[in-house]
Ligand binder design. Structure first.
Ligand SMILES: Cc1ncc(COP(=O)(O)O)c(C=O)c1O
Length: 342
């Protein structure tokens, strides 16, 4: 590992995550698929306040507090991990939280289970919106923020997944941690693999890898949309972060972003039995719980890619476990038939 050519000046950050997270061998499963497999356990950044979003929120919430905000607004799917993390971080910091959550029929919203239960327990106010309204969420954010300002509040809007320049810093910092983790290993063709839903984790890792001289391939499996969409989204976040913070990074979206497409399956947050069966197998083999929406799909994609083309992901894989365990509790009915399968 090269040391960074300059010292990175981080924007202000508040401590929310339990860091550094461990990098652990996942040897039994790795042996089965013929690679040296490790997991960077970002599912262990905390308990309910856990997962990849916490790293991003450390910088985003610091910015909200610096701007004197007293209420945060954000958005996501009904079972959004990001919204749950934001609701809990807001409670921890004494801020109000309003969530725009997407559901097919806002007049009959999903029951308060899994992430929604935690959102509600943490006191977040939920506004249910349709997928069509979600596409125009910018307008809804503005309307809500205006209403709050009229009542004397200072709202702060956090974009989907906190995937914007301040959020990207969370994974620039994670890359600094990973560079130190990997420095302890002998050099070997290595791939750092993770799931992408809104692009901020990938953007931060790509920039951080450059800044901290990580000599590994960084690849991401998209869990919604497609490769072209994520090259655009991740590319935009990288370029905006470079510009906003004057980062000395030579970045080229077509060269530096690797999206492994083909594993969206039935669609965002929808599972196939073979994906859920793999979650059970990993739990049984390693005592590690992947989530059905993000890490489970990325892990499934990794296994299938290796089966299709052994060696294509290098000799050593560091799978970034980005959390999401509460998503399992919204899939009980689908998981139940798989529980006794050998
Ligand atoms: C558990 C989990 N893993 C991965 C991701 C993807 O991260 P990003 O939104 O930064 O692409 C998310 C959120 O979208 C998530 O909740």
């Amino acid at each position: 590992m090269k040391s960074p050519a300059f010292s990175v000046t981080y924007p202000p950050r508040i401590e929310l995550a339990q860091l550094p997270t461990p990098l652990m061998p996942v040897s039994r499963f790795g042996k089965k698929i013929g690679v040296e497999l490790y997991m960077k356990r970002d599912d262990l950044t905390g308990s309910a306040l856990s997962g990849n979003k916490i790293r991003k929120l450390e910088f985003v919430m610091a910015d909200a507090l610096a701007k004197g905000s007293d209420v945060v607004l954000t958005c996501g799917g009904a079972q959004s991990n990001h919204c749950r993390a934001t609701a809990i971080a807001a409670a921890k910091l004494g801020l109000r939280c309003r969530l725009l959550l997407r559901t097919a029929d806002p007049s009959a919203p999903p029951p308060p289970e899994a992430n929604i239960l935690l959102d509600r327990m943490a006191g977040a106010e939920i506004i249910w919106i349709t997928p069509e309204e979600y596409r125009n969420r910018g307008e809804i954010f503005e309307r809500e923020a205006e209403g709050l300002r009229n009542k004397g509040f200072k709202p702060y809007i956090i974009p989907e997944g906190a995937s914007a320049p301040f959020g990207a810093w969370g994974y620039i910092r994670a890359a600094e941690e990973l560079a130190a983790d990997l420095a302890a290993f002998p050099t070997k063709p290595t791939t750092i693999l993770h799931a992408t839903g809104s692009g901020g984790t990938a953007a931060g890792l790509i920039l951080g890898a450059r800044l901290f001289g990580i000599n590994a391939r960084i690849a991401t499996v998209n869990v919604c949309d497609d490769r072209a969409y994520f090259i655009r989204v991740i590319g935009d976040i990288c370029e905006k972060t470079i510009e906003q913070f004057g980062l000395p990074v030579d970045f080229d979206r077509s060269r530096d972003i690797e999206v492994i497409d083909g594993y969206v399956g039935r669609g965002y947050a929808l599972s196939r039995p073979e994906e859920l069966a793999l979650l059970c197998e990993v739990a049984r083999t390693e005592g590690i719980f992947l989530d059905p929406v993000y890490t489970g799909k990325a892990f499934y994609g990794m296994v299938r890619e290796i089966e299709r083309s052994p060696g294509s992901l290098g000799e050593r894989i560091v799978f970034l476990h980005t959390g999401g365990i509460f998503g399992l509790f919204s899939k009980v009915a689908e998981l139940a038939p798989l529980l006794n399968a050998g």
